[in-house]
Design a protein around this ligand. Structure first.
Ligand SMILES: *[C@@H]1O[C@H](CO)[C@@H](O)[C@H](O)[C@H]1NC(C)=O
Ligand SMILES: *[C@@H]1O[C@H](CO)[C@@H](O)[C@H](O)[C@H]1NC(C)=O
Length: 208
């Protein structure tokens, strides 16, 4: 059996070891500067703060408002619904590619597309709670072009205001976290066409 000690090439005599240690200690910068080192005030010896070096940067908070124009039969298509005689529309599912505009008017400047789906996720006959999940694919302003924001939550359409989660993003919105407050601006019961306001608040990592 091989003992670990016996693997060491040379076992230095004690005097040599002590001498080597003394040299090492004497060469250390703090010791070499001697008394001078001890005379430094705490402020002088303190390292420059990370913030002053620009190494720590704060998270950004970004706000955005857009309006989504959902038109069943035009920008939203039914892809699943219940069969038979059901008293509720539970399960009715639309896939949509809706215009996102800067202002509430349908002719307002388009800034992106809302692409995703919603499913009636509540029982009953009144206005439903929708499971809404979609990606806001941004085009404008040019700074946002190609960047996306992912939103998901319960769109309880019977409420004046409801909140859904911002669960992530890409490009300029990478690692986004936050919430969006939804409110219905117009709703046509005959066609189901709706204009919904989205007021987004999100935190983002510091600029790269
Ligand atoms: C559906 O069911 C209800 C009772 O649950 C009944 O009154 C109605 O006539 C039915 N409709 C059809 C089309 O079968
Ligand atoms: C958006 O929501 C925030 C609160 O999250 C509110 O302070 C702000 O006034 C809202 N903006 C608009 C345009 O509704």
């Amino acid at each position: 059996m091989v003992s670990p000690i016996s693997i060491l090439p040379v076992r230095w005599p004690l005097a040599t070891t002590m001498l080597a240690l003394l040299i090492l200690v004497a060469c250390h910068p703090d010791v070499a500067e001697g008394v001078e080192t001890n005379r430094r005030t705490p402020a002088e010896t303190r390292r420059p703060s990370a913030a002053a070096n620009g190494r720590i940067r704060k998270k950004r908070t970004e706000s955005m408002v857009f309006y989504m124009h959902d038109i069943p039969g035009a920008t939203a298509a039914v892809v699943a619904q219940q069969k038979g005689n059901q008293s509720s529309t539970l399960g009715l599912t639309f896939v949509f590619d809706d215009k996102l505009t800067e202002g509430p008017h349908p002719d307002s400047t388009e800034i992106g597309r809302g692409q995703g789906m919603y499913t009636v996720a509540s029982l009953g006959n009144g206005l439903p709670a929708l499971f809404l999940t979609f990606t806001a694919v941004m085009h404008r302003p040019s700074l946002y072009d190609g960047s996306t924001i992912c939103l998901q939550g319960s769109d309880r359409t019977f409420l004046k205001e409801r909140e859904i989660a911002i669960v992530g993003g890409t490009g300029r919105f990478r690692l986004a976290r936050g919430y969006a407050i939804l409110s219905t601006i117009t709703f046509k019961a005959s066609t189901g066409a709706a204009i919904i306001k989205f007021n987004l608040t999100m935190t983002l990592p510091p600029h790269p």
